[in-house]
Design a protein around this ligand. Structure first.
Ligand code: BJW
Ligand code: ZN
Length: 306
């Protein structure tokens, strides 16, 4: 960190100390450091799969038109996410869900929420690891009867869904399934791809019967994620969290996708503070923030909030 970042960090920590309702808005940059080759982000040049634009594949139209291609894309993404481990930035955010820790950086805090656009479950994994480390060695590990909660309840809102969820296109039954490949055909197509450099233009066509199916009714299943023009999850709850928040940390998102892109602005409009943590923040995001930390969040966050 440069000297000015250090001074800035002090001012940010002071503002955090007097905050009551803290919210984090997270995006793909939070998870960028989490796999050996990194989990590709979306709108900053890393979002290509084979030769195809990831955001074009993440749509209900693409799935209707070619569920085989879209499922192959998600098979690849699921495998990447299965290899990934939470990084130091996930760790700092997860600790903020722990009142005992949050009190040390924000003594007046009454609530903490993480609104994440990420579908990789790494924030949930990081929180589980924090809870495990806090409860291991305690009698009745995991079911402590201490008066204070170990973590704030329901503090993580995965507004764009979960990559490992399978959701029925008919009866809507939804279940988490981390196995891979989800069907033998997806595994075979994956292996075949290694020999096709031009697979993006010559996709392997898997018949619908050989794609993931609903465990209840047998209909075609889809990834349990939120595509463009679909309603993000938990919107009512998120709206009241954003309405109350007086401190908003915006971590690793290009703030191009609504409605998440509007939250920081809404917090600030009501007099709250906004702190931005981004490798390459846009001019618009800088203009809308009280504190700007430019760099990798996995380095900045542990340095600023040890
Ligand atoms: C680092 C870093 C490091 C890198 N450290 N930083 C026209 C105008 C305006 C709006 C619209 C419009 N047409 C349609 C809309 C609405 C649309 C939208 O916003 N579109 C825009 C693109 C224009 N939004 C929607 O459709 C949403 N739904 C909706 O609005 O519904 C309304 C409704 C209400 C009620 C009923 C019914 C309907 C849904 C949006 C769903 C988004 N889905 C995706 C795919 C998820 C599944 C999947 O992944 O397969 O979600 S798209 C993709 O974008 C994904 C992400 O969550 C999302 C956000 O991207 P994110 O996280 O910001 O990633 P990047 O790559 O853009 O940014 C990474 C950042 O990290 C960069 O800034 C880097 O610098 C930084 N970084 N490494 C710190 N180490
Ligand atoms: Zn079903």
């Amino acid at each position: 960190m440069t000297m000015s970042t250090v001074e800035h960090a002090g001012a940010f920590r002071d503002a955090l100390r007097s905050s009551k309702h803290i919210v984090v808005i997270a995006g793909a940059g939070l998870s960028a450091a989490s796999a050996s080759k990194g989990i590709p982000t979306y709108h900053d040049g890393g979002g290509l799969w084979r030769t195809l634009d990831a955001t074009a594949l993440a749509s209900p139209e693409a799935f209707r038109e070619n569920p085989s291609l879209v499922w192959q894309f998600y098979h690849y993404r699921r495998n990447k996410a299965l290899e990934a481990k939470p990084n130091a930035a996930h760790g700092v955010v997860a600790k903020m869900s722990v009142p005992q820790y949050l009190e040390t950086v924000a003594p007046g805090a009454q609530s903490f929420h993480l609104i994440t656009q990420n579908i990789d479950r790494l924030s949930a994994d990081a929180l589980q690891a924090v809870v495990r480390s806090m409860t291991s060695g305690l009698p009745n590990s995991g079911q402590s009867t201490r008066a204070k909660p170990i973590v704030y309840k329901n503090s993580i809102l995965e507004m764009h869904g979960r990559l490992f969820d399978l959701q029925c296109t008919q009866c809507k039954y939804c279940v988490e399934d981390r196995s891979t490949p989800l069907t033998p055909a997806l595994g075979v197509a994956d292996a075949d791809l290694l020999t096709y450099q031009d697979a993006g233009t010559k996709p392997i066509n898997i018949p619908e019967e050989q794609l993931p199916r609903c465990a209840k009714c047998g209909a075609l299943a889809r990834p349990g994620v939120v595509w463009f023009n679909e309603r993000p999850l938990y919107l009512d709850e998120i709206n009241s969290i954003v309405y109350k928040a007086d401190m908003c940390l915006v971590i690793g998102t290009s703030s191009q996708v609504r409605p998440a892109s509007t939250y920081a602005y809404r917090v600030r409009r009501r007099g709250g503070k906004v702190a931005l943590f981004n490798m390459d923040p846009s001019e618009k995001d800088i203009a809308g923030a009280d504190f700007v930390f430019k760099g990798p969040c996995e380095v900045l966050l542990p340095a600023i909030l040890p």
